[in-house]
Design a protein around this ligand. Structure first.
Ligand SMILES: NC(=O)c1ccc[n+]([C@@H]2O[C@H](COP(=O)([O-])OP(=O)(O)OC[C@H]3O[C@@H](n4cnc5c(N)ncnc54)[C@H](O)[C@@H]3O)[C@@H](O)[C@H]2O)c1
Length: 331
């Protein structure tokens, strides 16, 4: 049986990783589309990719089973729409978009073509977070009451080229809110439900060569659950924790420790549940496997289009709140 082809659109930092990680599943042929001819050639050669293109229409004409949209965020919906019209399933990088324009038409096309669309919020592929989410869903700790998210990393250390990428402008998906905080917002919405209102503060404090915000604080409501998020992109430690305080216990996800833990007795000790050391590629290979299961009709999307749309509305509301210094309701 011939393997299906997955076309990676955009062979930048994350596109290269998707190419490598889809190959690692051993279940698909990877093809590549990258506007920058030199970059296209380099990635194709490095990974032995036989079909590579610098023209998007030509790339789509090979009839891939699925496309991974790994271009800057302002291009996601347009490219995903075109892929769906050509009969492809689609995995779209986060954030889904920078605006909602074109989204309703895209959703209509998805329904019309019976396309399967998932969004690559990769935290949802983390085994520890998934296990904690399942435990919360099971009611083991009772009703969630409060959620506290604390996160930071030195962005220039991990993305030295940030000054020359989409990151520099909100219009192309840049800034801490759309680039980094969106992962945590989406993860928290998975754990305790959608944000229903929020107020935010954000500023550019430290990153050289850009003016977009690199530090963000948000207070949220998820219906009756109270939440807050803090994030910066300049501290030395690379850490992210999500703590959910429930009626019958407190649970905590620690991204940097690859684990989740819980306490149920007042003053009691933490109990560790999952502590598997993970390489960063492991998450993306898991995500690729989950997407392939999804398009085969064997499991639901890890993050659906509707869930990513909700997180997009939150991204927009955070930026608007920080600008106007007002509470925002999510429609
Ligand atoms: N899930 C994650 O952990 C993660 C990490 C990094 C980036 N991302 C997301 O992935 C997306 C891309 O980020 P990146 O860091 O790879 O950016 P990048 O700038 O490194 O790469 C984007 C690539 O897309 C190419 N491109 C632009 N328009 C194109 C087109 N029409 N056809 C083909 N190629 C085109 C560019 O030439 C560039 O090489 C963004 O939405 C970003 O938020 C996600």
């Amino acid at each position: 049986m011939t393997r299906p082809t997955v076309l990676i659109a955009g062979a930048g930092s994350i596109g290269e990783r998707h190419a490598r990680c889809f190959q690692r599943t051993g279940r698909v042929n990877v093809a590549l589309c990258e506007l920058d001819a030199e970059r296209c050639q380099a990635v194709a050669t490095q990974y032995g990719i036989a079909q590579s293109f610098t023209n998007w229409r030509e790339a789509l004409s090979i009839g891939p089973a699925a496309v991974v949209i790994a271009t800057p965020a302002h291009l996601h919906i347009k490219m995903a729409h075109e892929a769906v019209q050509r009969g492809c399933h689609v995995l779209i990088e986060k954030p889904l978009a920078v605006r909602t324009s074109g989204l309703a038409e895209f959703e209509a096309a998805v329904a019309q073509h019976n396309a399967r669309v998932a969004v690559a919020y990769v935290y949802r592929s983390h085994p520890a977070l998934a296990a904690m989410q399942a435990a919360l869903q099971s009611g083991r700790f009772g009703k969630p009451l409060q959620v506290v998210t604390v996160s930071g990393q030195n962005f220039p250390f991990y993305r030295p080229a940030y000054r020359s990428t989409y990151y520099t402008r909100h219009e192309s998906g840049g800034g801490a809110v759309q680039d980094a905080l969106t992962h945590l917002v989406n993860a928290v919405e998975w754990l305790v439900g959608p944000v229903t209102s929020l107020v935010a503060d954000a500023a550019h404090l430290a990153l050289d060569g850009v003016t977009v915000e690199d530090t963000v604080h948000v207070i949220t409501r998820h219906r009756e659950v109270l939440g807050c998020f803090t994030l910066n992109q300049h501290q030395a430690p690379n850490e992210a924790t999500i703590t959910v305080v429930c009626e019958q216990g407190t649970v905590r996800f620690e991204y940097h420790q690859h684990r989740w833990r819980w306490v149920t007795e007042p003053g009691g000790d933490w109990h560790d549940e999952v502590a598997v050391p993970l390489e960063r590629d492991t998450l993306f290979i898991t995500q690729a496997e989950q997407f392939l299961e999804f398009i085969a009709g064997k499991s639901p999307a890890r993050c659906s289009l509707a869930e990513a749309r909700q997180t997009l509305l939150v991204n927009q509301a955070i930026l608007e709140s920080a600008r106007s210094r007002t509470w925002q309701d999510i429609p």
